[in-house]
Design a protein around this ligand. Structure first.
Ligand SMILES: Nc1ncnc2c1ncn2[C@@H]1O[C@H](COP(=O)(O)OP(=O)(O)OP(=O)(O)O)[C@@H](O)[C@H]1O
Ligand SMILES: [Mg+2]
Length: 283
């Protein structure tokens, strides 16, 4: 009983006193608009409902994280925004126009860096700039290498970089065409804890400098709170938007701040509830 009361109080505090607001997020100022998005995969006669009526609107320059248990449709959602999946129902619009395929207006970073091992870092990053004159291409490539702290590594090959450096190169490659939206699928997932923290700071600096609208998938609650303006929590089977939290803490954020910890507690509680549901489902 005592515990239950305590939980209710926490929830109440979170909703009323702390800087978290539920947001329905609709209106004309949104750069990315997702309305009634559903996606069913069909394989071997089975139908897998990956996404179910997802509604989500993202403002220009906003940093939004998508979190949820494995298999809840996060990558599918990101791939649809990236224009890499064409069969779905619902509407997905970037600046009011339906997304019809991949393009340089969308920068994508996957969990593994996907740099081409036979090209130098310069050439990997400049790959999407082939239409530009050589001199301009070199300048832009160097600008973004400097931005991610790899200014001296343009002539190196991906195999000569550490995991964190390769991931930074992948971020530079995604930014090089000045995309309207940056889509990150667990970009720091493969890094050790210390490098990951360092990269979170770097990512925040890049986001502040580039002002890119960013959607990041992560499994890491702490990472989501550290970086996001809003956190979208998805439920699984099929993936739906379960809750959206706004994180109004000043940046750079302090993890020991009581509001940070309160948001973390709320999200972890949601995950625990979901895990319980999943176990019940399996039985
Ligand atoms: N190409 C595909 N063909 C069939 N089913 C697929 C395909 N891609 C994804 N799925 C299914 O869709 C669901 C959502 O997958 P998705 O990869 O989007 O999950 P996720 O949330 O990114 O998971 P994780 O956190 O493990 O990366 C899963 O049940 C998965 O098996
Ligand atoms: Mg995934």
């Amino acid at each position: 009983m005592g515990n239950r009361h305590c939980l209710t109080m926490t929830q109440d505090l979170l909703e009323k006193a702390l800087p978290i607001q539920r947001s329905s997020g609709s209106g004309p100022e949104f750069e990315l608009q997702i309305k009634g998005l559903s996606k069913v995969f069909r394989s071997n006669g089975d139908a897998i409902a990956a996404l179910d009526r997802v509604d989500l609107n993202i403002r220009r320059g906003e940093f939004v994280s998508i979190i949820g248990t494995s298999g809840c449709g996060k990558t599918t959602l990101l791939r649809i925004i990236a224009g890499l999946e064409s069969e779905f129902s619902g509407r997905v619009e970037l600046e009011g126009r339906a997304i019809t395929g991949p393009g340089i207006d969308k920068g994508v970073v996957f969990q593994d860096h996907r740099l081409l091992p036979w090209l130098t870092i310069d050439d990997n990053i400049g790959f999407g700039l082939v239409q530009r004159p050589e001199e301009e291409r070199r300048e832009i490539t160097q600008k973004y290498l400097n931005l991610v702290g790899l200014g001296k590594f343009g002539k190196a090959y991906p195999g000569q970089l550490s995991g964190g450096m390769a991931q930074r190169a992948a971020i530079a490659r995604a930014l090089v065409n000045n995309p309207k939206i940056l889509l990150l699928d667990e970009p720091l997932g493969a890094l050790d804890a210390l490098t990951r923290r360092y990269m979170q700071q770097e990512l925040e600096k890049i986001w502040v400098r580039e002002k890119a609208t960013t959607v990041m998938v992560t499994h890491d609650v702490d990472e989501a709170i550290y970086l996001s303006d809003r956190i979208v929590l998805m439920s699984s089977r099929p993936g739906r938007v379960k809750k959206i939290l706004s994180v109004a803490l000043p940046r750079p954020r302090r993890r020991e701040h009581s509001d940070f910890l309160a948001i973390e507690r709320e999200l972890l509680q949601e995950f625990e509830l979901q895990a319980k549901d999943l176990i019940t489902y399996e039985i």
